[in-house]
Design a protein around this ligand. Structure first.
Ligand SMILES: *[C@@H]1O[C@H](CO)[C@@H](O)[C@H](O)[C@H]1NC(C)=O
Length: 495
């Protein structure tokens, strides 16, 4: 009976599955024949087989291609589960690329302008984002309060906390102190609305980007993006539009925030559309999806890497001593003091280096209809994604014992001749977490300053029990994220 009832379902699924592969199979972008491929095994349908297996072997393909081709200065095609290979270029091409950044999928952008930004609009926003580190005092104040709220102040008993969830809370509250306002960043309803929006933006974006064949994207891309747009509306109608209206009505008073700066900048825009509350709220919503997940992943991975390292206790003690060397309560730490936290900065950079959340870096889509010419004369077609392999992060030519997590690797004077001392936000071809070159992440100084201070506060104010094993996260294709359900045991230290 049950089998009978589910027959239409089974039939439907089978048909859907078969048509899906048929469409994937016939979907051929015209890539230059001369481009070499990574991940091919001999036999029939070798490209198709490589595409299918990419879900599990994405990293492996990128490593193979990096060593075989990138290091010889050649571009290669990396198979992709959606049957459209990405083109991975050698680092030397990084400045030669054109085209505009599409984060995952254009269908998930709820406001038109956000995926059609002109260079000038982009530049205007970038300038405001570059100013964020000046809001240091406000962010420190929020960080200290948020950490205490998230991890509690019980100094007699060990408490189990979920590092991912709690760090997401601290990151989003502190970032929003700088983005929107002191009042809103402490509003649980607002934080929930932000979380719902950025989560759906990321998951639906991944689904559309990787699992919907190009041909079906105009239809299914739009359908799958509906929940994103709904959450966008909830965030805007509930919080961001009212905030934007208030900012537009009031003159230059009020707290310094990204929201205020963007509003002031928009006033001089020639297009009246850009001066509306809706446009300002849209810009603010788009400020949310860049830093929240990335920063949460970084600090969670850093904690897990550190706590599962062989000398976890001593590493934590070293970080604690560094934090204690700064005068005063963390909420009073100055920007100059935080910039001196070289050990904390190094641990996070090292975790970003070894525990990469993505095997590809700086993916950009070719948006010129006639395609893009690579320096070697190869023409890449419209629509293909181009990027770099982050395999350089574990290249023995750049790093000693490249796969080992060495927390102090980037501290000045720590290691020669490889890996010159580097601050977290310094980009280079062998460190691509923030991209590299002219279009590297403009928020990286803000994020680096914030994460360094956060790690120092954690080490200063909490005991944490080391982990016997590194909890593994989730991975698909070349992407991996820290576990969302791990637990660590913490206890507030006595002041
Ligand atoms: C810490 O937690 C324990 C167990 O829940 C409780 O008995 C104790 O009162 C708490 N101490 C503080 C200072 O909150």
């Amino acid at each position: 009976m049950e089998l009978y009832a589910s027959t239409p379902g089974v039939l439907f699924l089978t048909t859907a599955f078969l048509s899906y592969f048929l469409i994937c199979f016939t979907n051929r972008l015209k890539l230059p024949e001369s481009i070499p491929w990574a991940g091919l095994k001999s036999g029939v349908f070798k490209r198709q087989r490589a595409h299918l297996q990419e879900v599990f072997r994405g990293r492996e393909y990128l490593a193979e291609g990096y060593n075989k081709f990138s290091k010889q200065g050649k571009a290669f095609a990396a198979p992709n589960f959606n049957f459209v290979p990405d083109i991975i270029v050698p680092p030397a091409y990084a400045s030669a690329r054109e085209g505009q950044l599409y984060f995952l999928s254009k269908y998930t952008y709820s406001h038109e302008r956000l995926h059609r930004d002109t260079l000038e609009d982009n530049l205007a926003r970038t300038q405001q984002i570059m100013r964020l580190p000046t809001l240091h005092t406000e962010v420190m104040d929020e960080l200290v309060a948020a950490l205490k709220d998230a991890w509690g102040s019980n100094n007699t008993e060990w408490t189990a906390v979920n590092p991912f969830e709690t760090m997401f809370y601290v990151v989003s509250r502190s970032a929003n102190r700088a983005f929107v306002s002191r009042e809103l960043c402490r509003d649980d309803g607002f934080l929930e609305a932000v979380k719902a929006y950025v989560n759906s933006f990321a998951t639906q974006g991944i689904l559309i980007r990787f699992f919907i064949p190009e041909l079906l994207k105009p239809l299914f891309g739009r359908l799958l993006a509906i929940p994103v747009h709904r959450r966008y509306r909830q965030l805007l109608d509930g919080y961001l539009v009212p905030l934007a209206q208030k900012l537009i009505l009031q003159d230059d008073r009020g707290e310094e925030t990204l929201a205020k700066w963007l509003q002031v900048a928009a006033q001089s825009h020639s297009d009246p559309e850009e001066r509306t509350a809706e446009a300002l709220a849209g810009q603010l919503a788009s400020a949310e999806f860049a830093p929240l997940h990335t920063s949460t992943y970084s600090i969670t991975d850093t904690l897990l890497d550190l706590l599962s390292a062989p000398q976890a206790e001593s590493h934590l003690e070293t970080l604690r001593e560094e934090a204690q060397s700064l005068q005063g309560d963390p909420s009073q730490w100055t920007r100059a003091q935080v910039l001196h936290l070289e050990l904390a900065d190094s641990v996070i950079r090292e975790s970003l280096r070894v525990t990469r959340t993505s095997g590809k870096a700086m993916l950009r889509r070719v948006v010129a209809k006639k395609g893009v010419l690579l320096p070697d004369g190869m023409r890449l077609p419209y629509g293909v994604y181009v990027g770099l392999s982050a395999e350089s992060h574990i290249d023995g030519d750049y790093y000693d014992d490249p796969k080992e997590f060495r927390p102090w690797r980037f501290v000045p004077g720590a290691q020669k001749p490889f890996a010159a001392p580097r601050k977290m936000a310094t980009t280079s071809p062998e460190f691509l977490s923030f991209g590299h070159g002219r279009h590297s992440c403009p928020g990286r100084f803000f994020v680096a300053q914030f994460l360094t201070a956060l790690l120092a506060c954690i080490a200063r104010d909490y005991d944490i029990q080391p982990l016997l094993e590194r909890p593994v996260g989730h991975s698909v294709s070349d992407l991996s994220t820290p576990p969302t359900d791990a637990r660590i045991l913490i206890r507030r230290r006595r002041d």
